[in-house]
Each structure stands twice: as C-alpha cells, then as structure tokens.
Ligand binder design. Structure first.
Ligand SMILES: [Zn+2]
Ligand SMILES: [Zn+2]
Length: 281
C-alpha cells in the first residue's frame, strides 16, 4: 500500500501541470484542491494502512458498483478505489488495445484530438489510482459548496464524473462535445489522461436502463438516469442542485438524488446538496 501511496503523490504532482479538461490550462485552484484532498486523505490512509474491507456496513445501493479495485467502509465513509479505465470500448484506448474501438457515434465533428492554447492534445487514456471517500449516510447541508474541477463523483463502472465546466470554468461547448467518444467520455490532456463523463454515460444508460442508478456524487447522494416514470427529465424539473427527493428502487425509504439530463448543466447544478467527501489521486 506504500507503493500505491507514492504513486498517488506522483500522479498528483503530474496532474497539477495538466489541464483540468478541455480548452486551456487548469487554474491554480484545481491544484490546491487536489493537494488539499490528498492531505485530507493522508492521515486516515496511514492510520488504516489504506486497507479497505468490503461488505460490512456498505449501503445496499453500492452493490451496483463494478469495474473497481475495491469498495468498503471506513468509519462513516464509503471508500472506493478505481483505476478509472472504462469497461466499454473507446477510441481513446490505444489502437493496440483490445478495447480500442473506432468512433461510431453520431457526431460528424468528433475528433480524439482537441486544440489547446499550447498545442493539440490527442490523448490515449491511462490507468489512474483514484480513491474516493463519500459520506456513508449523506445528509443535506446548510451551505452548498460548489463542485470543483476534476472528479465530482463516480459512475457505477468506476469512471469519474466531472462537472459542467472546462479547465477555465466556462460551460462546456463544442470544443469538448466534439471530443466525447461514442459513450460520451473523454480523457483529460496529457499527462493526466484521466477518462471521465460530464454528461449522460451512454454505455450505462444503454446497458442498465435510462432510469437506472448511474453513480454517486462526492456528497454520497446517488445519480440516476434521465428517465423517470416514463418522462425524460429536464433541468427545469429539478432543483438548483439538479436533483429532488423521493423513493427509488435502491432507496425505498426515499432519498435525495441527482438526475442526469440532456440539457446543461447535465449532472449537477449549483453545487453539492450535501457535504462532499474527498478524492485522492
Ligand atoms: Zn472533460
Ligand atoms: Zn428522481
């Protein structure tokens, strides 16, 4: 586990120099957040030896998670470790990879390359060592912190979720959309090469259903697909954090939950409904 820890620190160092996503260099704030999250996670890693035990105390909804390294409970947190390599194919896997699949989506402007101020980025995605710590029993918060750049949650297939902004905190536009593969994911530019979804993860809504549990945000509240009771939800149907509260299949007693929609801001609105946990990479 020491090795993992060192590698994680090295990746944070590299990632600091990388762009958050899309159009330009990441702002300093992202570096700070990554460093702060790493520090915050450090002591508990050391105390526990970084070991994660599965099963006991894990909320039932997390049974949906797959394609991850480990999941378990430490104190009042759910701890998920992921390599963040999608289980589906992608043109962002290198051509020598068994998971390489040429683009076969519907966007005629798709390109794996993305033009950045400091040159073109044409990344091949790379395995990550990411640890997410989410509140095991999420509660609505009185103040709602904004989501940061970088991971804001995790999809059930172990892929990170990002918010509605690019590396300069502008709403995503055609620059990013033309870079989304046939499953609506793409990696950050080199050297981080961190694959993520900002919008509906199409592989999951196709394989699990358009109203299925799709993942969890860092505050521990679940994310569901766009369809509910036969209706395709829009942002206007949700509160400003992009969710609402009622019973779901996984939470028969009711829970606050987010929905992904086709319109901006897609996954989350004005911040976390609850209190966000941490991400370490
Ligand atoms: Zn992105
Ligand atoms: Zn709902």
């Amino acid at each position: 586990m020491k090795n993992w820890r060192l590698k994680a620190l090295a990746v944070v160092g590299l990632w600091s120099a990388a762009s958050g996503c899309g159009s330009t260099q990441e702002p300093a704030a992202q570096t700070d957040t990554a460093a702060a999250a790493d520090q915050a996670a450090g002591p508990s890693d050391a105390a526990s030896g970084g070991e994660v035990s599965g099963g006991a105390g894990l909320p039932a909804a997390y049974a949906a998670m797959y394609n991850i390294e480990s999941i378990g409970v430490e104190g009042d947190q759910v701890v998920i470790r992921t390599k963040n390599l999608p289980d589906h194919n992608s043109p962002f896997y290198g051509k020598t990879s068994a998971k390489y699949e040429a683009y076969n989506g519907t966007n005629p402007s798709f390109s794996t390359a993305i033009k950045l101020p400091n040159g073109n980025s044409d990344p091949i995605l790379a395995a990550q060592d990411v640890t997410l710590r989410l509140p095991k029993s999420p509660k609505g918060a009185s103040s709602h912190a904004g989501t940061g750049l970088g991971a804001i949650g995790i999809a059930i297939n172990g892929v990170l979720l990002y918010n509605q902004y690019n590396g300069v905190k502008a709403l995503l536009d055609s620059l990013e959309f033309n870079n989304f593969d046939q499953y609506n994911g793409h990696p950050t530019p080199a050297p981080a090469l961190q694959y993520h979804y900002h919008v509906e993860p199409l592989y999951l809504t196709k394989t699990k259903g358009e109203g299925a549990l799709l993942g969890f945000l860092l505050d521990g509240f679940p994310l569901y697909g766009p369809v509910e009771n036969g209706k395709r939800l829009k942002t206007a149907d949700l509160d400003k954090y992009h969710g609402h509260e009622h019973a779901t299949t996984e939470y028969p007693a009711g829970t606050y939950h987010y929905h992904v929609t086709d319109d901006a801001p897609w996954i989350n609105g004005d911040g976390y409904y609850g209190t966000a946990g941490t991400v370490t990479k």
